[in-house]
Write a protein that binds this ligand. Structure first.
Ligand code: SAM
Ligand code: SF4
Length: 337
């Protein structure tokens, strides 16, 4: 039986946070001092996590993304990838990572069956990278991206969030670099998930501002028809400024306009947090505890019934633009980005 909500949306994509811990402190995601991490006994074991993912796969989930926190901090991450790829009707498995441990792990992850990787990188300026992530590790991130390419985790996608008056002016540099090294860049609008609850609608840099910046820097971009449920809209790049030679014969840019042009109507995503809470939306105010019943001996049918009950209450949209909107209680790093 498939996972369909009250608005007839069929869910095929599961985002699994494998840890809430992180090695960076990106300003829009975590406070400088970090967050109170989840107690280790509350984190799903590998067997528990694989059981819940397996149930979701039996119910029509065909793509799984491992995220966090920083998924590569989990010491059994390669085994987790292998175990998911060993499930009956194995889904595609992707990962979103800050890339810091990819130099060590990219080849093992690829061998274990990882299909794709998205690496987050918001600037190529070392000082700004250190300011935004509160760690001085740009070279490690770049080396991680190169390692993912060398391991064949292609196409490597790079996620960038632009913050007003911080790295807002870096869009063209990031795109020029991405085209030259052969990674697919995606700009993601900053969402109201920051831990200090300081986001305001006037602050975030919208996709239309980003596209205008790129055009004035000499890029020509043509919108491509939207694929159902894909969060990123694709733009074909038909002209680049002088001196840039794209590696790809059909260069593209992705933009995720979650705030200015929400795609909730075709959303097919579900989430499982590192402590076994099932969420039907990143912005849900309610989540369903699967860990407690799972540890108390619940049957597969009982766990699936809990997932379906949660999904039945999934809201039509994230409501960011509605009066009275409140951020979810958990930060993005704990829900899984
Ligand atoms: N640590 C990994 C990483 O950074 O790729 C995975 C987790 S992180 C929460 C996943 C993605 O969420 C990253 O691309 C990050 O830039 C993005 N992100 C975090 N906070 C965000 C926010 N408030 N708005 C938009 N994207 C955000
Ligand atoms: Fe860590 Fe990713 Fe959040 Fe940055 S965005 S603090 S790398 S979880």
């Amino acid at each position: 039986m498939s996972l369909i909500d009250g608005y007839d949306r069929q869910h095929r994509d599961l985002r699994v946070s494998v840890t809430d811990k992180c090695s960076l402190r990106c300003a829009y995601c975590m406070p400088a001092e970090g967050l109170p991490w989840l107690p280790s006994q509350e984190i799903l074991s590998q067997d528990e996590l694989i059981r819940l993912v397996g149930l979701a796969v039996q119910s029509g989930i065909s793509s799984v993304r491992l995220t966090g926190g920083e998924p590569l901090l989990r010491t059994d991450i390669v085994e987790i990838v292998h175990a998911i790829k060993s499930l009956r009707d194995a889904p595609s498995v992707a990962m979103t990572t800050n890339g810091l441990r990819l130099t060590e792990l990219a080849q093992d992850l690829a061998t274990a069956g990882l299909d794709r990787v998205n690496v987050s990188l918001d600037t190529l300026q070392p000082d700004r990278f250190a300011q935004m992530t509160r760690r001085n590790q740009l070279p490690q991130t770049l080396a991680g991206i190169a390692a993912a390419q060398a391991a064949g985790l292609e196409p490597v996608k790079v996620n960038a969030v632009l913050l007003r008056d911080v790295n807002q002016a870096d869009a063209a540099d990031l795109l020029a670099w991405a085209l030259t090294v052969g990674v697919q860049l995606r700009f993601i609008e900053q969402m109201p998930l920051d831990p200090q609850h300081s986001w305001t609608a006037a602050d975030f840099v919208s996709v239309s501002e980003i596209l205008a910046q790129l055009t004035s820097a000499g890029f020509r971009l043509i919108a491509q028809p939207r694929r159902d449920a894909a969060p990123a809209s694709q733009w074909r790049i038909t002209e680049v400024p002088a001196g840039i030679t794209p590696v790809d014969s059909e260069p593209r840019l992705g933009v995720v306009a979650s705030v200015s042009d929400p795609f909730c109507g075709s959303c097919d995503r579900l989430r499982l947090t590192a402590d076994g809470q099932f969420r039907s939306c990143l912005f849900a105010r309610k989540e369903t505890d699967l860990r407690t019943p799972l540890r108390a001996g619940a049957s597969d049918a009982e766990l699936l019934a809990l997932m379906r009950l949660d999904l039945a209450a999934k809201a039509r949209g994230h409501g960011i633009d509605e009066p009275g909107f409140t951020q979810p209680d958990r930060p993005m790093s704990a829900i899984g980005g």
